[in-house]
Design a protein around this ligand. Structure first.
Ligand code: HEM
Length: 378
């Protein structure tokens, strides 16, 4: 949440068009959000789900604790290097982030034999595999920008964001919402349908990664049927959980349910984008990319992660109970207005809704930080 502040402050000022930010600041905005807030949040969810709710002991505890501390420092460092004009520190910090990501993937694979494996576990494992490959591309790109890695195809600059946003984040969102709407109440053994729900979008994300890296049209378009197949199974399996959400109560069931709705909306937007631009990626209008990116970053992941943070601080929800309603309606109405402003290319709409979205998220982070701290001291 602390690192996410960088994203929100730059985001609000950018959305209000009061400052014209340069590319490196915008890249810091993107990565403070995708690595600082989302990926650290997903690491937390991974530790929760793959610990089998059992405390870690001795050597195991030391490994997980140090991995978390290095993850926080490495990601904060990487975001800092993005502000610096000096290109050399970036590959070093980026490589450290990659090592941490691989460390978590290794831990998850080791833990998978020790816990009851369910669909959210499979989705998180698939998400971390996609993230690791996407981060390797990211590190090669920073080395390329620093003058090395001349062998890297230009397609990497599309493959990295496309596969991480449409692959890694969709799978991570699928894990969090399935846990929030279903497994946390009734953890069921993994079924063939559950496996297909995850494996289809996982393969679709890898096909998009390889296809956009090597400019192979046939691979790029594969994500559409694979993701649609996966999301139809997902809606069939979770539809009743979404319908049962208590939309007017301050609970987190509506955060998980709306996150699930955004997952389906994002798969539809990705299908539209690929169907219309698969053979001419360079012509994708930036407003469409930004609309899709923010619908995934905020609509899918931030709703889902706040659902988990609410769960962690559940005993403290009597602190500022009204804030749960302001953040839920403010953040999501702000997001829909912001995305509408982008799609309609109406600056005034974007300028009205960006601060509503940004300020609601800031309120959420203040509320949850106080609740989590109080919970921690209990
Ligand atoms: C080790 C981790 C990572 C590294 C080293 C890395 C590196 C990079 C680099 C070098 C760029 C291009 C910067 C430029 O053109 O100036 C970039 C762009 C981008 N990255 Fe990452 N990245 C990482 C993780 C992520 C993650 C986890 C996500 C999303 C989930 C992500 C999403 C993006 C997006 C959306 C862009 C912007 C594309 C554009 O507007 O052209 N990155 N990244």
């Amino acid at each position: 949440m602390v690192i996410f502040l960088v994203t929100i402050v730059v985001g609000i000022l950018n959305g209000l068009d009061v400052i014209e930010f340069d590319r490196k600041t915008l890249m810091a905005h993107v990565h403070a959000g995708t690595l600082g807030w989302i990926t650290l949040g997903i690491f937390g969810a991974t530790m929760w789900l793959f610990s089998g709710e059992k405390p870690a002991t001795q050597r195991h505890a030391r490994y997980v604790r140090w991995l978390s501390i290095v993850a926080i420092v490495a990601i904060a460092l990487y975001v800092l290097t993005l502000f610096l004009a000096e290109p050399i520190p970036r590959p070093i910090a980026g490589s450290l982030v990659l090592l941490v990501i691989a460390g978590f993937l290794g831990w998850v694979i080791a833990q998978s034999w020790r816990i009851k494996f369910t669909v959210p576990h499979l989705a998180l494992l698939a998400a971390l595999i996609t993230l690791t490959i996407g981060a390797v591309l990211g590190v090669l790109m920073v080395v390329y920008l620093a003058g090395g890695a001349k062998f890297l195809p230009q397609g990497a600059f599309m493959s990295h964001p496309a596969s991480l946003v449409a692959g890694y984040l969709i799978l991570a969102g699928m894990a969090i919402t399935e846990w929030g709407l279903k497994s946390r109440v009734a953890p069921a053994s993994i079924s063939r349908l559950g496996i297909a729900q995850v494996v289809l979008p996982f393969l679709g994300g890898l096909a998009l990664m390889l296809g956009s890296l090597l400019d192979i049209f046939a691979l790029i378009i594969l994500i559409v049927p694979f993701q649609i197949g996966g999301v139809l199974i997902y809606l069939a399996r979770l539809g009743s959980g979404i319908m049962r959400a208590r939309w007017l109560e301050g609970s987190n069931s509506r955060l998980f349910a709306l996150s699930a709705v955004f997952l389906a909306v994002n798969v539809a937007m990705t299908a539209y984008l690929i169907a219309n631009y698969a053979d001419r990626f360079e012509e994708i209008p930036s407003w469409l990319l930004f609309a899709l990116d923010h619908a995934i970053f905020i609509g899918l992941l931030t709703n889902g992660l706040f659902g988990l943070v609410y769960e962690v601080s559940r005993a403290q929800r009597s602190f500022w109970p009204w804030a749960d309603h302001v953040l839920f309606w403010g953040m999501n109405a702000g997001l829909v207005g912001f995305v509408a402003g982008l799609i309609l290319q109406e600056a005034i709409i974007k300028q009205i809704f960006t601060p509503i979205m940004g300020m609601s998220i800031l309120l959420a982070m203040l509320t949850y930080t106080i609740r989590v701290q109080t919970e921690g001291r209990r």
